[in-house]
Ligand binder design. Structure first.
Ligand code: BTN
Length: 244
């Protein structure tokens, strides 16, 4: 099976303005630094391998060469927009693309994880600088169970460990970019309300007992600003631990 994220494999599948230009590196430290203020909105950087992939809260993000989707997208949200909501917008695009590929439902674990069968399949990282946001998305696609990070805080999965299928990553990436563009445009136009149904209906934490930065309670959904409701509080950002 052909499986490549090189421009000649992905560019013919692109349907909108996201992915143009399409910058590809076989390996790089992190795709997050390959984009900057001089790039157009929708510019994308993709790597087959990252030597210093970044996760949220200073964690690392790793995947063996040629197994995952490591993509960063340049966004230029309107001033005053709530940037932290972009992790949820990205999560929605990933969840839908994964659902289409697996024909299974996916959930969004606030603030930035995409889950299938209670395991983390993808993560989103929104980094703001110099008036732009670089939205980084890592999707575990073709890793075997042994290739997934053993020390991960949330038990990991790949599409392959879910359904035993080894996939061509290019159509999945193109579909993800199409969905991200649609949801991002809706968010720019109408705020989180415009995409809330898709996010709220996939809320992984709703009804689960959690602690967020030391506060324990049951996930009560997300408010219209994208804050997590727990223990009678609305939490802006933080580290969620599931209590099982
Ligand atoms: C997380 O779950 O903590 C977020 C993971 C984000 C990983 C992606 S892979 C593409 C981009 N480049 C990086 O170094 N990180 C993001």
């Amino acid at each position: 099976m052909a499986d490549s994220l090189a421009p000649e494999a992905v560019e013919p599948l692109l349907r909108g303005r996201f992915g143009r230009p399409y910058r590809y590196e076989p390996d790089t430290e992190t795709t997050q630094t390959l984009l900057g203020p001089a790039d157009a909105e929708g510019a994308v950087a993709v790597a087959d391998y990252q030597t210093a992939g970044r996760g949220r809260l200073g964690r690392s993000w790793t995947a063996p060469p040629g197994t995952a989707i490591n993509v960063s997208v340049l966004l230029r949200p309107p001033s005053g927009a709530l940037i932290q909501q972009l992790s949820l917008v990205g999560g929605l695009a990933v969840a839908e693309a994964v659902e289409e590929a697996l024909q299974l439902s996916a959930q969004i674990k606030w603030p930035n994880d995409v889950m299938v069968n209670r395991r983390k399949l993808a993560g989103v990282l929104a980094e703001a600088r110099e008036g732009i946001v670089v939205l980084g998305i890592g999707v575990n696609v073709n890793q075997t169970r042994a290739e997934l990070p053993a020390e991960a805080r949330v038990p990991p999965a790949s599409l392959r460990t879910v359904d035993d299928v080894v996939r061509d990553r290019a159509p999945l990436l193109a579909d993800l970019l199409t969905r991200l563009e649609r949801h991002y445009d809706a968010w720019v136009e109408g705020g989180l309300d415009a995409v809330f149904d898709g996010i709220g209906s996939r809320d992984f934490l709703r009804g689960r007992r959690v602690t967020v930065d030391g506060v324990e309670g049951v996930g009560g959904g997300l408010d219209r600003n994208g804050r997590l409701l727990v223990g009678g509080r609305a939490v802006e950002s933080g580290e969620v631990e599931l209590i099982v």
